[in-house]
Design a protein around this ligand. Sequence first.
Ligand code: XIL
Length: 733
Amino acid sequence: MRKRIISGLVLAMMSILPTMAQWGRPVDYFAGPGLKDAYKDYFTIGVAVNKANVSDPTQIEIIKKQFNSVTAENAWKPGEIHPKEGVWNFGLADSIANFCRENGIKMRGHCLCWHSQFADWMFTDKKGKPVKKEVFYERLREHIHTVVNRYKDVVYAWDVVNEAMADDGRPFEFVDGKMVPASPYRQSRHFKLCGDEFIAKAFEFAREADPTGVLIYNDYSCVDNGKRERIYNMVKKMKEAGVPIDGIGMQGHYNIYFPDEEQLEKAIKRFSEIVNTIHITELDLRTNTESGGQLMFARGEAKPQAPYIGTLQEDQYARLFKVFRKYKDVIKNVTFWNLSDKDSWLGVNNHPLPIDENFKAKRSLQIIRDFDAAADKRVPKDDWVPNPMNQPGQEYPQVNSEGFARFRVEAPDAKSVIVSLGLGGRGGTVLRKNKDGVWEGTTDGPMDPGFHYYHLTIDGGVVNDPGTHNYFGSCRWESGIEIPAPDQDFYAWRKDIPHGNIQQVNFWSESTGKMQTCNVYLPDGYGKLVKGKNGKLTQERYPVLYLQHGWGENETSWPVQGKAGIIMDNLIADGKIKPFIVVMAYGLTNDFKFGTIGKFTAEEFEKLLIDELIPVIDKQFLTKPDKWNRALAGLSMGGMETKLITLRRPEVFGYWGLLSGGQYAPEEINDTKVVKYIFEGCGSKENPDGINKSVESLKAAGYNAEGLISEGTAHEFLTWRRCLYQMAQSLFK
Ligand code: XIL
């Protein structure tokens, strides 16, 4: 029988803890629609490709599913395709174009004129002497016409001029030995020969060759205040002079810390004043603090990256795309610079893309794809109050009436602060530094009602939020927050009713060789003399519920975050139950390690409970010391313990309860007389079908079974508070 129980438990555990079941198992974040389909009402989604990307079947499949715009990473750059006068390298360039033609994917033509990877031969004659700008223009014109004519059938937009403006941070520069205010233009060979006229010429040549293509000026660091204005001024001036610039390309070589939404929006808004097309042409997010069009970070072999770095990257991708979606009227394309981390020009070390070095999607890809359009527009209601779990005098964290939570943490020199509590597998809420240097953030949406554990990760180190009290869960004292629930009255303090009390009982446990602690709820009136059947005054005796916590919790979990005492007081005061004692003992479950569920037998705890704890309780308290006045119930791991122990020792307990802790099958019990009542419950976000079916089959087999599905909750304490409230009403009847 034991084998069957245990394998049943493994299944139960897998189903009650869906997230746990995923641990260690690879998740396919590609599952779902392609990015291009998810964004069909917003903008096209592009990728920069190299030779391998369009040759390898796996990579081809990824491109075809995810993207509807392709940029050749290097193959079309003047220095690559046209390295010498009269020498053209069309091979790779053609193969990328043909791949796109065959698959019906449109291209961005990158790039026709750039200071880097340029056809530098255009600047000199056969003897190596500088040519006049007219000669340069003739050569540039021929180059642009040749490339554009060859590919314009498959190209919808051209990066005509790339990176012509100067970077921020250089207010002055040396020219001919003199320090002068820095030019807004990059001091390229092009600029030195032609001034900014080369920009106008390049656009004119491109327009001649392609009357309908979208002509883009492309640059990096467009979110920097100075560079943004330089680009704005240049494009404005050119357009006013009739230069055919249709749009601005913001390269988007960003990082996990930068830019914030405000800075990005400033640039998009500013550029929208002068163009109605913006492309995000080269998106990637470095995991260090570098950004921009130059590479300073060492490339190299992939190093594993700390999970919190991944969380920051996911969050940054989510924030940037939210802004992109907001400006969909002007943003027409978002292109990732490279297919995977393996291909990235930044090196795999930087892990900058939503697809990893093994061509597997990261969670970033899922987060970018599965956005919630309604949530994009949602603004939380402004009726914040301090969380009821806060330490005295602490204003934060706060909750609002919709169930949003917002946090504030002071950590002046930190680079990142993440709250582990958040929505939808995003790994938490990433805070941002506000203008006063304080970290702030709000959950993406309403949290489930009830109690949640959480902690902070500050630059990778885990600490608690000094704003709240601590609660034992996940094998540590965690911070906690309480989201108002519609039915919160059943676990609220009431001043107008009598209250029981909770005592701490310490006892020596021979089997574990140490002192053990449990908390004992005694109802109001405990110990008072009452008239017995024979008319004599006597002390009333009570039934006992042994109520177990879950994995990583301890004997404080039920009385504190579980609010077991308050729930009991309220039930008794409302006449819903007759008073009984609740014993909440430490269940030794913290020794349980993930991956060893199959070996978990609860034998240690069984010994402690039956041979040591129950005798102590029956000796010290006014109990009715028999099976039909004794119940065992537990949540999660405590439910597993309950199931194992009640089935092995049915003579000890007459009432059994599993709270998000699996189910009984009738054939595991095989005797309707051993148990008077079975309770099984879980949250609606857990495995309600399993509970409903199990309760049905138990009833059909003649057991007195009851189930509860807690609406709108998961594997958390509001589920168990509701279960206790329900179950208590059927015990000892
Ligand atoms: C990069 C390529 O990805 C690298 O392979 C190459 O060695 C250098 O150029 N801005 C641009 C892109 O416009 O063309 C650059 O691409 C990255 C910065």
